[in-house]
Design a protein around this ligand. Structure first.
Ligand code: UDP
Ligand code: MG
Length: 315
């Protein structure tokens, strides 16, 4: 079946979303058909162990504009997005969560902004439904922190839901770092950016695939990708503690000269040794976080391994 090259590519990472895929397809197709440009829906199967892949193949058989990149195992959300943007052929690429928390209807507004000349159109959550207060509070704190300590200003209340022009996608594709924080990278590349507001819905079905441990790793990736501040903390702490200890020496001499018994004994020594030991171990751990990431990069493994790519052969 010959088909014109798509103008719009929709990329959705999928990890065990069998209950959602048909509805995702239905809503994306409705929105994109109304826009009227040739489009493709690139579904990236991130090692699902439910029926997701079979359902994707059914969708592809029904509509060849549905294309599939299927990984050999689970590589993670950010890597799945990366693969999707690698395979997408459109002049603009939209990244959207498969779980319908990002309503496909918003794509129409994004495309409008793109036609006005914006090269990145990110979606800003003006309301989030069905999230725990814990997630809301930690997300708030995290984005405040990361904007404070890094050079990139990630707009508050944005996720990966965004439209990117081909130029931006190509810039992103040139960056092959392993610990990818896509929402940061897509700001880092620059270009003309704007936002559109939307209400983030509840998950259409199923459960979140982001337990706390994954969220923490994601947050660490975000910080270490864009900031050396944690590494510099050891230096700052060293100066502060060295300064305090000079004051301590002077104070002790004065106390002894004036005959005071203060700070005699083991307890004070023990507390100081443990305090410093703790700080030293934390500092080593921070160095380890960066070192491990350097090690990952040096090995130069591919970011992901594709087992099957379906629907991309026509040019
Ligand atoms: N996802 C993925 N690989 C993973 C975890 C999640 O491809 O290892 C996908 C998932 O299928 C969904 C999107 O990433 O389309 C966002 O995940 P989720 O909705 O579970 O995260 P939350 O919205 O709860 O932060
Ligand atoms: Mg979700």
């Amino acid at each position: 079946m010959t088909q014109s090259r798509p103008v719009l590519s929709i990329v959705a990472p999928v990890y065990n979303e069998e209950a959602i895929l048909p509805e995702l397809y239905r809503r994306v197709a409705a929105t994109l058909d109304a826009i009227g440009e040739p489009w493709e829906l690139v579904l990236v199967n991130d090692g699902s162990y439910d029926n997701s892949l079979a359902i994707m193949k059914e969708l592809h058989a029904r509509d060849p504009r549905v294309r599939i990149v299927s990984f050999s195992r689970n590589f993670g959300h950010q890597i799945a997005i990366t693969a999707g943007t690698d395979y997408a052929q459109g002049d603009a690429v939209v990244i959207i969560d498969a779980d319908l928390q990002d309503p496909p209807g918003v794509i129409a507004e994004m495309v409008e902004k793109w036609r006005e000349g914006y090269e990145v159109v990110y979606a800003v959550r003006k309301q989030r439904k069905g999230e725990t207060w814990f997630k809301l509070v930690t997300a708030q704190l995290f984005y405040r922190l990361i904007n404070r300590i890094t050079g990139v200003d990630i707009p508050l209340d944005t996720g990966d839901f965004r439209l990117m022009d081909r130029k931006v996608v190509d810039a992103l594709r040139s960056m092959r770092e392993h610990h990818r924080f896509m929402r940061g990278l897509s700001i880092w590349v620059g270009f003309k950016q704007t936002g559109v507001e939307y209400v983030r819905e509840e998950r259409f079905a199923g459960e979140t695939k982001y337990p706390l441990s994954k969220m923490l790793r994601f947050a660490l990736d975000g910080i270490t990708s864009f900031s050396y501040l944690p590494l510099q903390l050891a230096t700052y702490m060293g100066f502060i503690i060295a300064g305090l200890s000079i004051l301590g020496i002077i104070l002790t001499v004065i106390l002894r000269l004036s005959g005071s018994q203060a700070f005699y004994g083991q307890a004070s020594t023990l507390v100081m040794v443990m305090f410093l030991g703790g700080i030293q171990l934390i500092s080593l751990g921070i160095i380890g976080e960066y070192l491990g990431r350097i090690y990952e990069e040096v090995k130069q493994r591919p970011l992901y391994i594709v087992k099957e790519a379906i629907g991309f052969d026509q040019d």
